[in-house]
Write a protein that binds this ligand. Structure first.
Ligand code: TXE
Length: 479
């Protein structure tokens, strides 16, 4: 099957007729082609967005909101179809696509459809000067949204929904590795009555199509989620053009477990925070630090639970771990397991590929737990982004805090303890954009989302996203 770009409300093949193979991770076979879009395709998407902007930016908030909510309802009505497509394209278990990815994509549209009706700006009365200042938050114009492969529709819509809610028109590119649900979204945009040109979806490689979006002088803001190296590259390209940038990048998140936590809850959640989506979530807790007094017990219980996870075909309802997203990614993750071994890491379970009957060429890997001697090894410092976690004991709060912060990343941290004072002390000092206490990945879409250090700049979510997608202007009136 050949998918197409969605430009100016129409499905179109790429101008230069170039195509890229799309692989199914579950069996390693090519199952379709996607446009290898060139600069010309990005240009026509830009022109469509540019001409839609004057009307869309002046469309009432109520009308915009109604369309976003309609998109959300249509996604919900098409849950099964979208979930199957996401699971096939990405390798993730169908159960996850049905309960997390697609419902969350629908929530993104509903949430920002509502949020825009509540978005307000400030006024400042200059007392004694007979003047009043008010702030306008105006749509920017044409903006670019570039998203990754791990949570394809979920992260694509997390950017697009606030961008269009705020009155912008968009040129968007999903990952070339997982383009399918973004393609299917086109039909829904039409049915929901989104005016043509408001949202244009171009498919293609990061280094050509993505690069053309970032380089385009008319695209005034870029919202990007992906790898840290790509984020740094985009920042270098965009900086001389003074584009607004929001970068959500990698993570190497600590999961810190104190002996006084609710043990069973912690154990169950830690299995999830380690291996959900094959460990391919920027929020996964890949470095697990356990207080020494419960270390041996945790090690036994955790490994037992991890060994019980079912690695299998993504379409089977009882599969816990599906396929990794691509062959190069599987190879990268396996290389890290080798590096860990060379660094004296002890493989407590996993470490090998899994052969799933009838799907021998699928990209399956056992969930892997590695006991490390030091937090300074590469497997503890670099982002692996797969079903691989490390464990090691700690003795004091100071020691674990130091190790938690001693990485270049700072996206999220999880802390398991029932000690309130410790909770307050540590959440103040952990260098990360998000701290979860006694839970993981509990999301309220109103909250700021993003990281510090090499995990990125800017915050998404709630009004933060609407602020990013608007230009702030102060108006001062003397009376
Ligand atoms: O991501 P890329 P990759 C991490 C993870 C992974 C590593 C590399 O560690 O192993 O990044 O993954 C587009 N101009 N994360 O290489 O390339 C690309 O087409 C414009 C963490 O697959 O960053 C895709 O749409 N765009 C992450 C998007 O960027 C460019 C999720 C992300 O792909 C571009 C994914 C360019 N020059 C990987 N080059 C997270 N934060 O959740 C690429 N792209």
């Amino acid at each position: 099957m050949k998918i197409q770009n969605y430009i100016n409300g129409q499905f179109l093949p790429p101008v230069a007729d170039g195509w890229i193979d799309n692989y199914c991770p579950a069996n390693g076979e090519v199952y379709g082609q996607i446009p290898n879009s060139s600069k010309e395709d990005v240009e026509s998407a830009y022109m469509a967005a540019k001409s839609a902007f004057p009307t869309w930016s002046q469309t009432t908030l109520e009308a915009r909101s109604r369309i976003l909510i309609k998109i959300s309802e249509l996604l919900e009505a098409n849950l099964q179809r979208f979930a199957e497509a996401e699971s096939k394209d990405n390798g993730k278990p169908i159960s996850l696509a049905k309960t997390i990815d697609i419902p969350r994509a629908a929530s993104n549209f509903r949430f920002f459809g509502n949020a825009i009706t509540q978005f307000a700006s400030e006024s400042h009365e200059s007392i004694g000067l007979n003047a009043i200042n008010y702030t306008l938050r105006q749509p920017i114009g044409v903006v670019g949204c570039i998203s990754p492969w791990n949570l394809p529709l979920y992260l694509f819509t997390w950017k697009i929904a606030p961008a269009i809610a705020a009155g912008n028109c968009v040129v968007a590119k999903p990952s070339e590795i997982t383009p399918m649900t973004a393609y299917l979204l086109g039909d829904i945009l039409k049915e929901a009555g989104l005016p043509k040109g408001v949202l244009n979806i171009v498919h293609g490689l990061g280094t050509s199509t993505g690069q053309a979006i970032v380089e385009h002088p008319g695209i005034k803001a870029i919202s990007f989620t992906g790898g840290t190296a790509t984020g740094a590259h985009i920042a270098r390209v965009a900086a001389p053009m003074f584009k607004k940038l929001s970068l959500e990048l990698g993570g190497k998140n600590p999961n810190i477990i104190f002996a006084d936590c609710d043990y069973d809850d912690m154990l169950e959640t830690t299995v999830r925070s380690s291996f959900a989506n094959q460990g391919q979530i920027c929020l996964c807790g890949s470095r697990i630090f356990i207080e020494a007094s419960i270390y041996e017990k945790f090690k036994t219980d955790f490994v037992t639970k991890v060994k019980a996870l079912k690695v299998g075909h993504p379409s089977e309802e009882d599969t816990n771990i599906g396929a990794l997203v691509s062959k190069p990614h599987l190879e990268k993750v396996m290389e890290y397991i080798e590096i860990a071994k060379q660094e004296n890491g002890k493989i407590l379970c996993g470490g090998n590929r899994v052969t799933v009957e009838d799907y021998e060429n699928g990209y399956y890997l056992q969930p892997t737990v590695i006991e490390v001697e030091t937090d300074e090894c590469r497997i503890n410092q670099e982002e692996v982004f797969g079903p691989v976690v490390t464990i090691m004991p700690f003795h004091t709060e100071e020691e674990v805090l130091k190790m938690a912060n001693k990485v270049k990343y700072g996206l999220s941290a999880t802390l398991w303890t029932n000690n309130l004072k410790r909770t307050m002390r540590m959440s103040n000092q952990l260098q990360s954009g998000i701290v979860w206490i006694n839970t993981w990945m509990m999301r309220d879409l109103r909250t700021p989302f993003g990281g510090v250090k090499a995990s990125g700049v800017g915050r998404e979510g709630g009004f933060e996203a609407l602020r990013f997608f608007t230009e702030t202007k102060n108006v001062c009136i003397k009376y």
